[in-house]
Design a binder for this molecule. Structure first.
Ligand code: CDP
Length: 228
């Protein structure tokens, strides 16, 4: 990572499922007056559309074609209903649809396809290169923006991450089963970190923050410290 002028203009925030990347990334973007871009929503959108259309998710060619042909648009939040951005696919607002459990369960299969990643990553890089941005994902520091001014890898144990996801779902008044969430978090970690294309791993020059014993406020303070 190059020595950065302060604050850094391009910030890559990577880490496993439910490690707190979105919460921290959004706060950081607000504090710095930067754009917040959660790249995970793009993979989620493709997974949701594929399920919606009844595609066989093992059909890599069909899912790739879908990713290539879909017009995805990520905009700043137009409603105050807890969303961090608006996600539109071919003009349709699918911001909440992509958070459904069936998307959680299938998104990693879709995101492991090289063609899907190719279709989405050019768009991500273009946006990232504009600077003054906090970009959240799995491969931002390693593949999408290897020249990022600051790279942070936010980690936490699977148990802690499952607990957080569980609390999020309960807060939305939906039903959740802790053990089921834990096994799904583990399954997604497994696919994300063992795939051949852009596997989840910290960049060599990333600062690794383990949030198991840190509150969201403490993580945020450390991240702000790194931006000075
Ligand atoms: O919010 P959570 O951490 O659970 O997931 P997400 O960031 O919305 O990402 C959903 C899925 O998309 C991940 O499990 C990865 O399979 C994939 N993803 C990816 O491969 N590369 C990215 N840059 C972002 C997400």
């Amino acid at each position: 990572m190059a020595a950065h002028s302060s604050p850094p203009s391009t910030i890559a925030l990577d880490g496993p499922a439910a490690s707190g990347k979105s919460t921290i990334g959004l706060r950081l973007a607000h504090a710095l007056g930067y754009t917040f871009f959660d790249t995970g929503v793009m993979y989620r959108a493709v997974a949701w559309l594929a399920l919606q259309r009844g595609l066989n998710l093992s059909d890599e060619a069909a899912v790739t074609k879908l990713a290539e042909e879909t017009d995805l648009d990520i905009r700043s939040a137009s409603k105050e209903d807890g969303r961090t951005s608006d996600v539109l696919a071919n003009g349709q607002d699918i911001t909440w649809e992509i958070r459904r459990p069936e998307v959680d369960a299938n998104v990693s299969v879709v995101s492991a396809y090289a063609g899907v990643r190719r279709a989405l990553s050019a768009h991500q890089r273009r946006i990232g290169l504009r600077g003054r941005i906090v970009m959240v994902g799995r491969d931002i520091g390693t593949i999408i923006l290897p020249e990022a001014d600051l790279k942070i890898y936010l980690d936490a144990s699977a148990e802690e991450r499952a607990r957080r996801r569980y609390n999020e779902i309960i807060a939305r008044n939906e039903k959740a089963e802790y053990n089921e969430i834990l096994s799904k978090v583990r399954a997604r970690d497994q696919i994300d970190s063992t795939r051949t294309v852009a596997p989840l791993k910290p960049a060599n020059d990333a600062v690794i923050l383990d949030s198991d014993k840190l509150s969201a406020d403490e993580v945020f303070e450390r991240v702000m410290e790194l931006c000075k």
